[in-house]
Design a binder for this molecule. Structure first.
Ligand SMILES: C[S@@+](CC[C@H](N)C(=O)[O-])C[C@H]1O[C@@H](n2cnc3c(N)ncnc32)[C@H](O)[C@@H]1O
Length: 245
């Protein structure tokens, strides 16, 4: 059976699935909690990093409710980037947060990181910045759904909004495709002893060297760790580097 992603009650089949329509009907019968089966018809692309999805079976809706790490998120996985596969990474970051921290999540999407941190740590504030208006709208709704009080969200470009904000104890940069172009700004807005979580895409043989090289173009980092935190394509990995200045 082909591997697939599940977001709430929607199954998303990969682009190259054979006999997708037949498989979709089978999956709908086998999994009582699944209401819709869709197939990816275009990979993550554009500024918003969104895929194209086509519904194959079940309810004709792409909006769903997803649960992880004591949070719930309402989202449409076609209009907003989302990956359930990062739930372990979000839990890892939450385990590092100390009471009272002021945290920035650049590229906050439908707020998986801010919500996990708000619900599972004693951070004093979490700020999120997101440029996709549809993701921002779900994010505002998700603050209410989770009854979160310490998350503040901005709609817009990190490069325009962050210069108006103060410094942070921890900055999370979950945009592996282009995080490097935001590194100088992140470094400027990091408090003394603060930590940056920098995400990147790399081939196996280039981990950790190429990610460290990228960071060294912008500062003299004290690298805490560099590790894989998921697959991007058959040979490319999502990598996270935790570092201080
Ligand atoms: C890979 S997604 C991660 C979203 C979310 N953090 C998550 O883990 O689900 C990257 C997000 O960055 C947003 N984005 C891209 N460029 C941006 C910018 N210049 N300023 C703010 N957000 C941006 C995209 O719209 C997208 O939602």
């Amino acid at each position: 059976m082909a591997s697939f992603d599940t977001v709430g009650n929607i199954i998303i089949l990969p682009e190259n699935t054979e006999n997708p329509k037949k498989l979709a009907e089978q999956l709908l019968k086998q999994h009582k909690n699944i209401k819709t089966v869709a197939i990816k018809t275009g990979n993550y692309s554009g500024t918003f990093r969104t895929p194209k999805l086509k519904i194959l079976a079940g309810k004709r809706t792409k909006t769903t409710i997803y649960k992880e790490n004591n949070i719930i998120l309402k989202l449409n996985p076609e209009t907003c980037y989302f990956s359930a596969r990062l739930s372990t990474e979000r839990k890892r970051i939450a385990s590092l947060v100390k009471p009272g921290e002021e945290i920035l999540v650049m590229f906050s999407g439908v707020i998986p990181y801010p919500a996990v941190l708000a619900k599972n740590t004693k951070a004093s504030s979490i700020t999120g910045i997101e440029i996709n208006p549809k993701a921002h709208k779900f994010a505002e709704e998700n603050i209410k759904l989770n009854k979160i009080k310490n998350v503040k969200l901005y709609l817009g470009d990190v490069k325009k909004i962050l210069p108006k904000l103060n410094k942070f104890d921890r900055i999370i940069m979950p945009l592996p495709k282009d995080a490097e172009s935001f590194l100088d700004l992140a470094i400027k807005h990091l408090k003394k002893n603060g930590i940056i979580h920098f995400y990147d895409f790399q081939f196996e043989q280039d981990i950790p060297e190429k990610t460290i090289e990228k960071i060294k173009q912008h500062c003299n980092p004290k690298i805490i760790l560099v590790k894989k935190c998921g697959n991007y394509s058959p040979r490319k990995y999502r990598v996270v580097a935790d570092f201080k200045l």
